[in-house]
Design a protein around this ligand. Structure first.
Ligand SMILES: [Zn+2]
Length: 592
């Protein structure tokens, strides 16, 4: 063994990585509730590209898995059921009307195709290959659950068998949940060993070497259980590693309590144990805002065998959007005088006459639509069933400039994005002030799963992060110090809290206390309670005020002491605390 280690490099810069922008599920309802980040694959690919762990040459595009491949694992009745809304809605924990069947199955089959292609490539190169989606280990031969519609792992193994590969397979399922579906799908194959390390058990699963760790086991006991599992693993000729992201401490659905470094050590130990062995690595679950960092860490372990942490405070989407914006600006200046683009330079230099109305004195309606296309928002809207987009400018009722984006669906035109912005002086600096921003999915409906938030007339689009990023860029391009707005509701402040803070440090302190004291409750419930005056601060009724929140890319003012003193001084409670029926979250998906 030692001899082999001496000759095989621990790092692998040519690591092939399967990825597609359409790995993002075309669903809008569940992210907030489960902590599932639908952009995980994007964030990981962008992080690795942006900080030069990989180049574009590492990325491979998947093809949709063929029905022939799926049918080796799943019954035809079951596969046929996946062409209907209701079964898919049950598997993904959303309402049936919320399921765009074709687009959802496109994502499912792309993810499965990625795992299959990665498996073949791993065998060909006698090393590792990664798919940034997959590990759907709850899908069985004739049923799906927990976000798993088809079992990509079993589909890949049975396709390799069909290709003629007869060797020993090892399945290392290191997701926080046990591999019930995979075990059921591969029961008949005597040369498949399944080892599982999880934090919850649904009863022992036949044919699985299963270790169930106690809640919040932590790094040390997890890693020693892993070492024991690796010691029991039969020497494989092909391996699948489900490097679950839901092992992280604070995960909504996993309870193992690992640190990011603990998860990285897991991956380094497995990578070393599988050195020179064909192995497919898959992300599995992950229901924590940092779950993408586990997956990025898995890739760093494979690419460089490194324990270097993910850069603190790094935001791959911000980095990605800023880069695109810079590139577009350059292209606009040099080559695209006659074309539409994001650039305001043409107008400023009067290369061509500006149209009658320009947003913020610079942007045409065409440039707004082009930006929405270029940053991926129109593609997502198309997957949600909208098309024939139109951007219109106007005036806000209380001042400011209005931007409206319309899209057509089923013969009618719908308002999808409605925003009012203005250049204003805030706290002594020129900022882009957002009077109003509404991201609307008018064809969606409210339900128990998707409760109406105060102020909403239709459900949201799930694109707030992207649109905020665009506004940040817009402000920067106009030379403004940042963004400002006045959240009329608690939930609009809550979703922006990672970047925005209240201008008034006392208000910021109270807001942080609110999140601390009531943040574990459903967002809609807390926001409604604040709107109704049913929240108390230190026993007295507390009214939500739409105070100014700001985001300054240049940094925050130095007032943490004031913020923390106020945060620690006050305590919030729900006035009708006794109402037991309001406890708990609405029904949601179980998770991968
Ligand atoms: Zn899981």
């Amino acid at each position: 063994m030692l001899g082999r280690f001496r000759h095989v490099r621990l790092w692998d810069r040519q690591l092939p990585i399967w990825y597609d922008a359409e790995y993002r599920l075309p669903l809008t309802a569940f992210g907030k509730r489960t902590g599932l980040e639908p952009r995980r694959a994007d964030l990981v690919a962008w992080y690795l590209l942006e900080w030069r762990w990989i180049t574009r040459d590492n990325l491979r595009a998947p093809a949709r898995a063929r029905y022939q491949d799926l049918a080796r694992v799943h019954s035809e009745e079951y596969l046929e059921s996946l062409t209907q809304r209701e079964p898919l809605a049950r598997i993904f924990g959303v309402d049936p009307w919320d399921v765009p069947v074709d687009e959802l199955m496109r994502t499912v089959r792309l993810g499965c195709g990625g795992t299959l292609a990665a498996a073949r490539e791993a065998l060909r190169r006698h090393g590792a290959a990664v798919n940034l989606m997959g590990g759907f280990h709850h899908a069985g031969p004739a049923h799906g659950s927990g976000l798993c519609a088809v079992n990509d792992i079993a589909v890949a193994v049975l396709a390799l068998r069909e290709d003629g590969f007869a060797g020993q397979v090892a399945m290392l399922d290191l997701d926080a949940h046990p591999p019930d579906g995979t075990a059921a799908c591969l029961r008949a194959d005597p040369r498949v060993w399944i080892g599982s390390l999880s934090g919850s058990s649904s009863g022992s699963i036949a044919g699985v070497d299963e270790t169930v760790l106690p809640p919040r086991a932590g790094d040390e006991s997890y890693l020693s259980a892993l070492d024991a599992l690796l010691a029991r693993m039969p020497q494989p000729e092909f391996a699948v590693v489900l490097a679950g992201g839901d092992v992280l401490d604070g995960d909504h659905l996993g309870h193992l309590g690992l640190s990011l470094d603990g998860a990285r050590q897991r991956d380094l130990r497995v990578a070393r144990a599988l050195l020179g062995i064909p192995a497919v690595w898959l992300p599995g679950g992950g229901y924590h805002e940092d779950a993408w960092k586990v997956l990025a860490g898995t890739l760093i372990a494979l690419l460089r065998h490194s324990r270097r942490p993910i850069r603190p405070g790094s935001d791959p989407m911000a980095a990605r959007f800023a880069r695109l914006s810079t590139r577009l600006a350059g292209a606009g200046l040099v080559r695209r005088v006659q074309e539409i683009d994001l650039s305001d330079i043409e107008v400023d230099l009067r290369i061509k006459p500006g149209p009658k109305t320009l947003l913020l004195g610079a942007y045409t309606a065409e440039s707004v639509e082009f930006a929405l296309y270029r940053f991926g928002l129109l593609t997502f809207l198309e997957r949600r069933g909208y098309g024939q987009f139109r951007v219109e400018f106007g005036t806000g009722t209380a001042g400011g400039e209005r931007v409206a984006v319309f899209g057509r669906s089923e013969g009618a035109e719908h308002l999808l994005v409605d925003g009012v912005v203005e250049r204003l002086s805030v706290g002594g600096e020129d900022m882009l002030y957002v009077h109003w921003l509404s991201l609307r999915d008018p064809r969606a409906r409210f339900s128990d799963r998707r409760p109406r938030l105060p102020g909403q007339d239709v459900p949201g689009l799930g694109l707030a992060r992207e649109v905020t990023e665009l506004l940040v860029l817009l402000a920067a391009r106009r030379g403004l110090a940042g963004l400002a707005y006045s959240p009329a509701w608690f939930h609009t402040a809550y979703v922006a809290r990672s970047r925005f803070r209240f201008l008034d440090p006392l208000q910021q302190g109270r807001f942080e206390a609110l999140v601390r004291d009531l943040g574990h409750r459903p967002l809609a419930l807390v926001s409604q309670a604040l709107a109704d005056g049913r929240v108390q601060m230190d026993g007295e009724p507390y009214a939500w005020k739409a105070d100014l929140m700001v985001y300054r890319p240049a940094g925050e003012p130095d007032d943490r002491e004031v913020v923390e003193a106020e945060r620690d001084r006050v305590a919030f409670t729900l006035a009708d605390e006794a109402g037991g029926s309001q406890e708990g979250d609405p029904p949601g998906p179980r998770g991968v």
